[in-house]
Write a protein that binds this ligand. Structure first.
Ligand code: G4P
Length: 529
């Protein structure tokens, strides 16, 4: 492939995730994005029909039963000449780790805000992560068909709570029952909303120009007058969109609409295509790797076991950073130092997967994993570099796992190791006994593990409470000091799923005392994979 066509393929990629507080409408907008991307032909009540369930990005039993999205999935589709990779993230706070790691694999985010409720907790937490990476963020103010709060107040909240300058691109015409559409401040066109058409791509009526008398006919004199006044006010008082600031992660373009009514979603998708970054460079320990580098490189941000029950396999999700994947490519697995010929990488569409012949920076491909690949691993064509920034957080909740059928010990261990490789939970094996301790950041993770052990590994297990309040990975530059520490504190030491030495503390006081007593030992709350 020539350099020109490689550059073109890179330039047309957009890789993004949607972040929001639960119930803001993420599932609904994802469905509408898929509709606009012609991945599906018709959208209905997501929770109501089997068809829609099959396109939902969450495919596992428990997610379906509980109506929550737990795992991350990937969807690729063309839109207006671009190729979009949409990475779905779990909505529930108990699965934050998975979400944080997914955010390392995207180049921009769509922040969805329920305009009735404003900026909510979970959005703040996730935005904190995007700030760490300076990820550009677009904003969609959802549920304009409901009795929302004043748009200026909600934008003020974004500015004050999230420290993002808001620059409206569209402006709502009325809201609730009187929601008539949006005025595009840069195209100078009013797009008129019709309710009840959310299940399909709408033929939207457009009125060109703010002073067009057709506007009165379309939305009535009162709303037309109000719109003109508001547009005058916001054009003088609010910031003009500046792409540079957006790409720096300091300004967010704001769009209004209703995901349920499939109205305004195309505007924000246009924003991603027109202004969103093409695949961004990533930092490694040696150098910054750009998408245009000809040699292939990528990193693993997620591992998912048993995605397809028929195949019973594990898939490692890789974000391609540079170069081109071509079927049969020889990749160097930097951590293990081994080479790997990849002939069957996968691309994804919600629950479905296809073998891919080629893939480019920004794309997510799936590699079959037979237990050798870990989250955070770097693959190259020979260069010994390691990409940074894929975090592993110390769990905050701990339980001892107990088998209901003692003969299944081997399967239990296998299941737990695989689930911990995925990052679904973490396991710890104390140095001094045969306990198996499960560590999690959210309570729901425990339930998921028991449910998956049963469904995928045929193991019935239960938990017992135990007195551990914190885990810290321990390292020390001085080997003899570390050995001494290990000898004296073996009761409180365990190995995690990747054999890293971990201190498991029964109380926080205990932990601080130990930290004081051993100043040369580093106790890590976060670990790079
Ligand atoms: P989530 O994935 O972010 O958790 O949210 P989800 O899409 O499931 O939406 C949460 C609720 O908000 C759903 O209602 C959904 O229909 C509704 N919703 C989403 N977008 C809009 C919108 O633009 N306008 C209005 N009025 N509602 C919207 P539900 O009653 O919880 O579920 P359902 O019975 O409607 O499926």
């Amino acid at each position: 492939m020539s350099d020109i066509s490689f550059s073109k393929e890179v330039a047309r990629r957009r890789t993004f995730a949607i972040i929001s507080h639960p119930d803001a409408g993420k599932t609904t907008i994802t469905e509408k994005v898929l509709l606009l991307g012609r991945v599906i032909q018709i959208a209905g009540s997501v929770k109501g029909s089997f068809f829609n369930r099959s396109v939902r990005s969450d495919w596992m039993n428990m997610e379906r039963e509980r109506g929550i999205s737990i795992s991350t999935s990937v969807m690729q589709f063309p839109y207006r000449g671009s190729l979009i990779n949409l990475l779905d993230t779990p909505g529930h706070a108990d699965f934050s780790e998975d979400t944080y790691r997914t955010l390392t694999a995207v180049d921009c985010c769509l922040m969805l805000i329920d305009a009735v409720k404003g900026v909510e907790n979970r959005t703040c937490q996730l935005m904190h992560v995007t700030r760490l990476h300076r990820t550009p963020v677009l904003t969609f103010m959802n549920k304009m068909d409901r009795e929302i709060r004043d748009p200026i107040t909600v934008m003020d909240e974004v500015q004050s709570k999230l420290k993002l300058i808001c620059s409206p691109i569209t402006w709502p015409i009325g809201f609730g029952k009187l929601f008539k559409g949006v005025y595009h401040l840069y195209r100078h066109e009013a797009y008129l909303y019709q309710s009840g058409k959310g299940h399909m791509i709408q033929e939207v009526r457009v009125v060109k120009g703010l002073n067009n008398p057709e506007l009165e006919i379309a939305i009535g004199e009162v709303l037309a007058k109000q719109l003109r006044e508001e547009v005058e006010l916001i054009e003088s008082a609010l910031s003009v969109f500046d792409r540079h600031q957006f790409l720096q992660g300091t300004m967010t373009p704001v769009f209004f609409g209703t995901a349920l009514g499939n109205f305004g979603v195309d505007h924000v998708l246009d924003g991603i295509v027109d202004w969103g970054p093409s695949p961004l460079p990533r930092y490694s320990n040696e150098r910054i790797v750009t998408a245009m580098d000809q040699d292939f490189s990528g990193f693993i941000f997620k591992i998912q076991a048993n995605m397809d029950r028929k195949h019973r396999d594990r898939v490692a999700f890789m974000r391609i950073v540079s170069g081109k994947y071509k079927k049969g490519i020889k990749l160097y697995h930097v951590r293990t130092g081994k080479n790997l010929v990849v002939t069957s990488a996968l691309t994804f569409m919600a629950g479905d997967r296809y073998q891919t012949e080629e893939a480019y920076p920004g794309d997510i491909i799936g590699l079959h994993n037979y237990g050798k690949i870990q989250i955070g691993d770097t693959f190259t064509q020979g260069e010994k570099i390691k990409f940074f920034g894929i975090p592993n957080f110390a769990p905050e909740l701990f339980r001892r796992i107990r088998l209901c059928d003692p003969l299944k010990q081997k399967q239990l261990l296998k299941g737990l190791v695989q689930l911990s490789e995925e990052g679904a939970i973490q396991i710890f094996r104390p140095l001094n006994n045969h306990d198996l301790i499960v560590g999690a950041l959210g309570v729901l993770q425990f339930d998921v593990v028991v449910s998956r052990l049963k469904n995928e590994y045929n193991v019935i297990a239960a938990y017992e409470e135990m007195k551990i309040v914190a885990a810290r990975w321990v390292t020390c530059n001085n080997t003899s000091k570390l050995q001494e520490f290990q000898r004296k504190n073996a009761t409180y030491l365990a190995l995690d799923g990747s054999e890293n030495l971990t201190y498991i503390a029964p109380t926080m006081v205990h932990l601080s005392m130990i930290q004081e007593r051993y100043p040369e030992i580093v106790f890590w709350k976060m670990r790079e994979h």
